[in-house]
Design a protein around this ligand. Structure first.
Ligand code: SF4
Length: 308
């Protein structure tokens, strides 16, 4: 039976004709949201690894080589996207960005680059560099929105207003650079109604891709402290299924679904335990959608696109 949403693997296969694997890379960047001298530790769910749990460290060329060796040995792909994952990968002068990004292109098997960053770290100089790279490699920017609610954004210490996301998206679109929107289900005090508002918000300027995951509580984070002090209750798998299905059915059907589960290091997750069962969660989403006869985009209305 067909997957009821547009998978990343199928998109890559269509685009490149071969199986493509994303190589997670730690580019050695930091994050403006963690660099403040006010004692605030960035987004409440972020730990010392800056949302990049599966990367190696050190020299980028070496990381790419190690990643390829691993991917080839475990038969994960034939072509590769260099995925700058940890922290904010546009948070440096452009000449530094340029050197780091290009150093990942060690041979012709690296067909693209994916750059995780914050909307408030997108500017014209960054876009010009990415545009230049896009002449030879497929470029994707991944923006951590998580929610459209400025109230929740404040509660999780995201550090920018949602309008900044739209400004960044407009700029990326003006340079014709693909972007992926990161969303989190289970943020403190959010309900399906907040999720619906976030979906309406991203549909103003629909992304090329989405990454969705349930909020999991990591050790040594402000969220971890909230959880241990009974100030945050993790969501259930049932709620997650409902929320993910809502998102998928209300976004355009051509949006590529990059991820539907969190991928935290199991021994660092305090709760909820069900988030550690990646395969089971993916199967549950598949079963929930097929049982309810749901498909990506089935409730998406073109006329919901508004001009910001
Ligand atoms: S923007 Fe990313 S790296 Fe920075 S604090 Fe938030 S989650 Fe962590």
């Amino acid at each position: 039976m067909d997957t009821p949403y547009r998978t990343l693997s199928a998109f890559y296969k269509d685009k490149f004709g071969k199986r493509v694997y994303k190589l997670p890379i730690d580019g050695g960047f930091s994050c403006p949201n963690r660099n403040k001298n006010d004692g605030i530790r960035g987004c409440i769910f972020c730990n010392e690894q800056g949302s990049g749990e599966h990367t190696n460290k050190g020299d980028i060329i070496n990381q790419v080589k190690l990643g390829i060796n691993f991917a080839v040995l475990s038969n994960k792909g034939e072509l590769f996207i260099a995925y700058f994952q940890n922290f904010t990968n546009t948070f440096a002068p452009v000449d530094v960005l340029k050197e780091k990004y290009y150093s990942a292109f060690i041979d012709d098997r690296i067909v693209g680059i994916s750059i995780a960053t914050r909307p408030d770290c997108i500017n014209e100089d960054v876009c010009k560099l990415l545009k230049e790279i896009s002449k030879t490699h497929y470029v994707t920017v991944e923006l951590g929105l998580q929610t459209a609610s400025d109230l929740t954004a404040n509660a999780i210490n995201r550090g920018y207003k949602s309008q900044i996301y739209l400004d960044a998206v407009k700029m990326l679109k003006s340079f014709d650079i693909d972007f992926v929107c990161h969303l989190i289900v289970g943020l403190p005090n959010e309900t399906i109604s907040d999720i619906a508002k976030t979906v309406d918000f991203i549909n103003i300027l629909p992304p090329n891709g989405v990454k969705i995951h349930s909020l999991y509580v990591l050790k040594d984070t402000p969220l971890g402290e909230m959880y241990l002090n009974n100030k945050y209750t993790p969501i259930t798998r049932e709620y997650y299924l409902e929320a993910v299905s809502y998102i998928l059915t209300h976004i355009p059907k051509d949006v590529v679904v990059h991820r539907l589960t969190g991928d935290g290091e199991k021994d660092k997750i305090l709760a909820p335990n069900w988030t550690k069962e990646k395969k089971k969660n993916l199967n549950a989403i598949f079963n929930y959608m097929t049982k309810n006869n749901l498909q990506q985009g089935c409730f998406y209305k073109n006329n919901s696109i508004r001009t910001p």
